[in-house]
Design a protein around this ligand. Structure first.
Ligand code: SAH
Ligand code: SF4
Ligand code: F3S
Length: 501
């Protein structure tokens, strides 16, 4: 494998104060450089034979923060740990290894992790043999790594998002050296195939690409996840076929910007629309994807999605703002009009599509008028739901250098007004389903009432209805009788066996 830019395993001695002589922290500046070097795909096995029993009799716990990408990385780490003989536990007190798989997207995400580290310090004092690790997106930030090395020196391992496959080697280091092990590669263009994954339930995530080259001015992800690189279609398709064979009912294709899939292939023209057209033919009842960037959403993809079958009628299409000037400063590379045109085109091709989105309020310089444009866009597009956020400056991103001049109280007020509007629209959208019959994948008993079953429509809406719990894992038809804002209540109208598309 290609040598990373930054040093590999480093072992700063915990008692030393000046870590800089041992360790060069990850650099956001380096991470921004996008190399022209080819992406290499590695197929070798991740767990050396001598590591396969290292975890015998020991337990691990991984706490996951952030997006589906992180959730899926956790599945990979669980897979590797279990191949090393470790068993899982949900009890901190029982764990021999605790890993925090962190998220850096907003300041409050980071605060949660530092809060958790505070709690774990006591545990580590009581149980010195415990291995504590910090991984995920926060470990890619130099300020975070420095802060952990200086203020939380009881942490045993810090490793980055490009180093997950190195977990076995890092653990061995941590066990044998008893010093802090830090490995964060700043830039890494490789793809590691064949890592074990521990999936649970009836739904599975499948990465189709890694990284992001969009560099929206507020966002840390291009720095923490590296450059855009697509998995080879044959690897993606083989993984989905295998999941179909194992009986999974639903697949979500993952990427920070799935519409950029394939743009990095030098040897062929094969884009996201082509991939969707191929996975459509695989015997899996439902296929979703997240996340789309409006800029790369092309007509071919819309045509393929309109074929339906196992391609569901739900598209998460983050807009971020309804004002063209703000979009420009966010470097989203589309205007309000272009977004609305795209949404309309999608609705024409797939009339019953559900659109969901992400929105940021209080971006530097956002005026009341510009915020109003976001409200009118939301009313026009009629989203079924939206993730809404107050802008949070991220060190090293271009927006962090802009004047953050919207007062906190105004940001909060805008968020509330946006959420109030979304609540009204979501309720109205759900009302349209009253009396309609929808296909529901039954997940099991509802969390609040064991007499009620809970499941999801093709559009990912939550449905509750009464029925025998043996239906879990099956597709059933439910008539919606009581739509609410974030929940559809209905009646089971017919039992049917798992559908094969
Ligand atoms: N790749 C995805 C987004 C991943 S981050 C996409 O482009 O859609 C998920 C969401 O977090 C973003 O869509 C954005 O709405 C929000 N977000 C990202 N950076 C943020 C920041 N600095 N402050 C507030 N919200 C942010
Ligand atoms: Fe962040 Fe923009 Fe990339 Fe999404 S597309 S991950 S918001 S930089
Ligand atoms: Fe957070 Fe990293 Fe995902 S910053 S949102 S975990 S890609």
């Amino acid at each position: 494998m290609k040598e990373p830019q930054n040093p590999t395993v480093q072992k700063p001695n915990k008692s030393d104060k000046d870590y800089s002589i041992y360790f060069q922290p990850p650099s956001l500046k380096d991470a921004k450089k996008r190399g022209k070097e080819e992406v290499s795909v590695h197929y070798e096995s991740a767990i050396p034979d001598e590591m396969k029993t290292i975890g015998a009799g020991k337990r691990y716990l991984i706490r996951t923060y952030g997006c589906q990408m992180n959730e899926h990385d956790t599945e990979v780490m669980k897979g590797m740990l279990e191949e090393m003989g470790f068993a899982s536990t949900d009890e901190k007190l029982e764990a021999d290894i605790i890993l925090l798989n962190t998220c850096a997207i907003r300041e409050n995400a980071e605060d949660k992790v530092f809060g958790e580290l505070g709690h774990l310090k006591t545990l580590k004092q009581e149980k010195p043999g415990l291995i504590l690790g910090v991984c995920g997106c926060m470990s890619q930030e130099e300020s975070v790594v420095n802060r952990i090395m200086q203020k939380h020196a009881f942490v045993d391992i810090i490793f980055g998002t490009h180093n997950i496959h190195r977990l076995p080697a890092l653990l061995r280091e941590a066990y044998y050296s008893k010093e802090m092990v830090v490995e964060v590669w700043s830039k890494e263009g490789d793809i590691i195939e064949n890592l074990p994954k521990k999936r649970e339930g009836m739904k599975a995530w499948v990465n189709i690409m890694y990284g992001c080259d969009k560099f929206c001015t507020y966002c840390i992800v291009p720095y923490t996840r590296g450059k855009e690189r697509s998995r080879r279609p044959e690897d993606v398709i083989a993984e989905i076929r295998e999941l179909a064979r194992q009986g999974f009912k639903e697949i979500t294709l993952l990427g920070q910007n799935v519409n950029a899939y394939g743009k990095d292939f030098a040897d062929m023209t094969y884009l996201f629309g082509d991939l969707m057209d191929d996975v459509r033919k695989i015997d899996i009842p439902r296929i979703r994807f997240t996340t789309s960037h409006p800029r790369d959403f092309d007509d071919h993809l819309i045509k393929v999605l309109a074929k339906r079958g196992n391609l569901v009628e739900h598209i998460h299409l983050p807009v971020q703002s309804g004002n063209t000037e703000v979009l420009k400063r966010m470097s989203r590379k589309y205007s309000r009009e272009q977004y609305l045109e795209l949404a309309a085109k999608i609705r024409t091709a797939i009339p019953d599509v559900m659109l969901t989105t992400d929105i940021i309020v209080g971006f530097p310089g956002e005026t009341e008028e510009q915020f109003q444009d976001t409200l009118t866009l939301v009313s026009e597009v009629r989203y079924d739901s939206a993730f809404t956020f107050i802008y949070s400056p991220r060190d090293g991103t271009p927006a962090a250098a802009m004047e953050d001049n919207v007062p906190e109280a105004v940001k909060k007020d805008r968020l509330k007004r946006l959420n109030d509007l979304m609540t009204v629209i979501a309720r109205e959208q759900n009302e349209l389903l009253r009396g309609q019959t929808v296909e529901v994948l039954v997940e099991g008993e509802s969390k609040t009432n064991p007499d009620v079953l809970s499941g999801r429509t093709r559009t990912n809406k939550l449905v509750h209805f009464t029925g025998p719990k043996e239906l879990a894992g099956q597709f059933v038809n439910v008539m919606i009788t009581e739509p609410q804002t974030w929940l559809l209540k209905g009646e089971l109208i017919e039992e049917q066996k798992a559908r094969v598309v």
